[in-house]
Write a protein that binds this ligand. Sequence first.
Ligand code: SAM
Length: 291
Amino acid sequence: RSPQENVPRPMRYVRINTLALSTAECIQKFKDEGYEYLDGCLPESGRCFSLDEHIGGLLVFPPGTDLTKNEMYCKGQIVLQDKASCIPVAVLQPPAGASVLDACAAPGNKTTQLAAAVGSSGSVCAFERDPKRFKILAETIRKHECTHVTIANMDFLKTNPADYPQIEYGLVDPSCSGSGMLEDFENTDTYDSDRLQSLSNFQCMILRHAMQFPNMKRVVYSTCSVHKEENEEVVRQVLEAEPAFQLVPYPLPLWPRRGFPEYSFGNDVIRADPKADRMNGFFVACFEKIE
Ligand code: SAM
């Protein structure tokens, strides 16, 4: 049977690249192109859109809306980014002017979102180990006019944290099983436990490395996996190993779906369910340094 049977079609989400265009300008441009703005309801079909209720400046269009030929997309003024992928930066909330690291950056959707959040008075250091994916990252950065982003084709684990005293915020979005991605999602039982364990070990290592940056205040961790081994288990182990950090309590308060209740910190981490939430499955936890 089709892997997506019984899964409602995901909405089309559009993030405005506020480095290039304001939210008001973007909404007006869509209206000028004949899209009707709906206030407070989900656009199910037709040429219409609304504003997302959880993520500021995120636009929602009916499932399947094709914007790949839209002028704003071609010019890098909008990004076709799933809502799940927008949540980590929305939770991290680096202030304007901040210096941020992106440990695992390609293809760069969250890198450009970070760049927009900190604005041109801030800076982003982005790392990508894979040379082919690094080229894609470089192209994403160029297209979205992120002049305050520095990119490095290197293993993040080989960085020396002491070389980056300016960094205060971090995004760790490492390789994962991808089991929450809608196209894979019905096959989640087929993951073997050795593979999950080795991903989990790598994820702990990379998250802990980000915590070694001397002036790090807050680190957000995210995956597009539905497996606890890559999510709550990583959080549990890292909290144990890094007592200088704690979880930010109840992030994104209006978002209802939380971590597995058998963990004492379940309410302080965020999950999305691909079936119920009409976006890819994901997991987000935000750590802050204890003063
Ligand atoms: N954050 C990206 C985005 O939103 O567009 C997606 C990141 S993807 C889930 C993980 C990326 O991390 C892959 O491109 C992978 O090549 C890269 N990666 C894995 N291990 C790494 C390491 N040790 N150092 C730097 N990059 C790494």
